[in-house]
Design a protein around this ligand. Structure first.
Ligand SMILES: NC(=O)c1ccc[n+]([C@@H]2O[C@H](COP(=O)([O-])OP(=O)(O)OC[C@H]3O[C@@H](n4cnc5c(N)ncnc54)[C@H](O)[C@@H]3O)[C@@H](O)[C@H]2O)c1
Length: 302
């Protein structure tokens, strides 16, 4: 059996010099910050124009914190910000590497990749930050599926070192290699993962959320107590505080996708308590309220 090949990869390693991030939400803006900080001209696109000024502010604040900690000079911060282009116009999304960080829905991500394929050369790499959707399925029906790869950052992207690099059945090895190398250039610790539901971390971590929610539903203890106990047992954040950071809606979609991917295995069943939070718009820090309230600091902070 021969491996798929990437159009740009005939004789030399694929070079990634420009990046575009699609989706300026919790993950997209963190990934964009990391890219500009590491010297890459980066386009950040969102369909919702209202997200863009907030995204610039959040990235400026993130870089500002690094200046305060003397990890970045004010000049480096300014140069990083100058590498950032924000847009709500999809035709402007052209780059060597496009990382999508939009809502966790296969149909939305596939439609986006199909549109991007029309305006980008075959050599552009399409990476997905999906937490749970199969890369093989995501690539199906996309022109040049060998360029589709998983590049899964963790939240908060500027801080967390791990990046899972996932090859689907069609992914060209040199595409995965190029994304792996880029993650290293971004100061991350890349790890290769096979295309299994939830990859590595989310497969294990799912039970942290699912069991925490079951405890709350069964009224074994209130959410604050569950969080406090797990934090005192050594976890950095309890499951509810962590879901508020992740986005209760994003976390719910990941659990739902994994439940389906594991053929409705009861151990991944999504919680009604969480579904109600989503239905009520209590999406966590980003909406100012989730399992906790974030009134004074506003959305996005805690
Ligand atoms: N939140 C986390 O902790 C986390 C961690 C790792 C991976 N992920 C994954 O990252 C992806 C994004 O999650 P998030 O939590 O950042 O979501 P989010 O809801 O915070 O942000 C999504 C953004 O995408 C935009 N968007 C939606 N559809 C779009 C489209 N078609 N084109 C352009 N923009 C579009 C929305 O306007 C929004 O700004 C998901 O696949 C999720 O599973 C999330």
């Amino acid at each position: 059996m021969t491996s798929p090949t990437h159009p740009a990869a005939a004789s030399q390693p694929i070079s990634i010099e420009t990046v575009a991030i699609v989706g300026a939400g919790t993950m997209g803006l963190g990934i964009a910050q990391v890219c500009v900080q590491h010297g890459l001209p980066t386009i950040l696109f969102d369909i919702n124009a209202d997200m863009l000024p907030k995204a610039r502010q959040a990235i400026a604040a993130g870089l500002g914190k690094l200046v305060e900690k003397q990890k970045l000079s004010p000049e480096e911060r300014d140069a990083a910000l100058a590498r950032l282009t924000l847009t709500d116009k999809l035709p402007e999304v052209r780059a060597d590497l496009i990382v999508e960080a939009v809502v966790e829905r296969l149909d939305v991500k596939q439609q986006l990749f199909r549109q991007l394929a029309e305006q980008n050369p075959a050599a552009s790499i399409f990476a997905s930050n999906t937490s749970s959707l199969p890369i093989t399925r995501l690539a199906a029906g996309i022109p040049h599926p060998e360029r589709v790869v998983g590049m899964h950052f963790f939240n908060p992207a500027p801080i967390m070192k791990l990046v899972e690099v996932i090859s689907g059945v069609a992914t060209a090895p040199d595409v995965a290699d190029a994304v792996f190398a880029l993650a290293g250039r971004l100061g991350k610790r890349p790890v290769r993962a096979a295309d299994a539901p939830g990859f590595i971390v989310n497969r294990v971590a799912r039970h942290y959320y699912v069991e925490g929610l079951k405890l709350a539903e069964e009224q074994v203890a209130p959410v604050e107590v569950i969080d406090e106990l797990l934090e005192s047992a050594g976890f950095r954040m309890g499951p509810f505080r962590l879901m508020d950071l992740i986005g209760v809606d994003s976390n719910y979609l990941v659990t739902s996708a994994m439940y389906e991917a594991f053929h409705f295995d009861a151990k991944f069943r999504p919680s009604r308590l969480q579904q109600q939070k989503v239905d009520a718009g209590h999406h966590g820090r980003k909406s100012g309220r989730g399992f906790y309230e974030y009134p004074a600091s506003g959305p996005g902070k805690g």
